[in-house]
Design a protein around this ligand. Sequence first.
Ligand code: S3P
Length: 416
Amino acid sequence: MPGDKSISHRAVMFGALAQGDTIIEGFLRGEDCLSTISAFRALGVKIDEDDHGRVVVHGVGLNGLKEADNIIDIGNSGTTIRLLSGILAGQPFVTFLTGDASIRQRPMGRVLKPLSLMGAQIIGRANHTLAPLAIIGSALSPIVYQSPVASAQVKSAVLLAGLFTDGWTEVQEPSLSRNHTELMLSAFGAEVVQLPKGAKVKGRPILKGQNVMVPGDISSAAYFLVAGAIVANSRIVLKNVGLNPTRTGIIEVLRAMGAKLTIISQWQSGGETLGDLLIESSQLKGTTIAGDIMPTLIDEVPIIAVAAAYAQGITEIRNAEELKVKESNRLETIAIGLRQMGAKIDVLDDGLRIYGGGALHGAHVDSFNDHRIAMSLAVAALAAEGETVIDHFEAVSVSWPDFVQDLARLAGGANE
Ligand code: S3P
């Protein structure tokens, strides 16, 4: 599996803020993570590749970043712009951040609001809710912040700003979101306390460069897990997949749907849990997904919708309003694609109702420039009758540049 996107971003960011070198093995060379590398290069950090293909970040220490001489364009990457905003809010210089058309529509107020409570000065379009952003670095104070959304990007932005304060910064969230920031900051030497729903960090740590082994991304593995379940006579082993419990909602859901999904082995590395997974063709049944599990499968909802379309019975997904503000409005975009392939789906205020059981047929569909919609529809197409054409498929490069080649290895004959 390609390297974990969340962990790849953070390894570059924390490596940049650490003293000494950070060597990253298994770094995801997707466009989003490459945007993080370019951003830190623009901020004066030397980042290169060693003879073994590993990414080496030559850390500049907590106070070593330099003002960029131009606007930084972070492309499609929400994690880059939101986490960087937290890091840059406390710097003694000004930064301008922008991104692509999707990023410029995504909510930034959720990050700017807590950062401004800490003393940050950030200006954005639409009354400081949209990028481009101008970040005028300022002295920050620690806060205790009650986040209205369970978002690891919001939590991480505030915790990272907290590194540049004297004292403890705490974030509480409605449900626990992915905790890679907390685990990795702690591995780099920061004092971090994990809370049942949130975390706190002590300011001005000395971070030390580390060797980071990036696990395979469970959000990418999810496409092959569903492919293995819905395509007849499949048996797929996925190795080295990150199984951090804040990310494994997909495993719980597929099992609840009756998938033959086995964790063949499991181990720990760098504070993270990893494992090898086996998936076999399965007769799936509908299920209900709601509540605290939602942040643990937030990026997997489109591919779960595909599994649900091939399952017997109704699947209902609730408390998923965050899907509306991802790279596309994923409740709408996955429903449009799957309907074109013959599925029956209701888009609800906060989720989806999918009526399973109908066989899908090939169709001409669109990714809406969203990598996860492109890959979900490709998996739906594998088990559909006839040919499917997916427009704007190149969006997959954001998180899985070799998706087509890897899928072809499974499908034995697929081509570009
Ligand atoms: C991410 C957090 C999630 C997720 C995104 C990556 C991260 O976003 O959807 O793909 O690396 O922190 P939210 O925190 O906005 O839910």
